[in-house]
Design a protein around this ligand. Structure first.
Ligand SMILES: [Zn+2]
Length: 73
């Protein structure tokens, strides 16, 4: 698959925005370019395609999962 196709098939790649979860910095990226040349880094880490809200939700789901393994979503 061409890099351009990959960049156009994933919602977070189409959005083209990354976040640093260390300092809260956010940046617009060209996903095709980033896939080819590497993602921007901040605070020593590769910046994330997940927004802080999405990441918080993910951690909540994980925490709920651990406290109640029978829970279904
Ligand atoms: Zn940072």
């Amino acid at each position: 698959m061409a890099i351009e196709d990959l960049a156009n098939c994933h919602p977070k790649l189409i959005r083209g925005q990354v976040w640093c979860h260390e300092c809260g910095n956010t940046q617009k990226v060209n996903s095709g370019n980033a896939l080819a040349n590497g993602w921007p880094k901040c605070c020593g880490y590769t910046m994330s395609l997940d927004s802080p809200e999405e990441r918080a939700h993910f951690e909540q789901v994980q925490a709920a999962d651990e406290s109640d393994p029978m829970r279904t979503y």
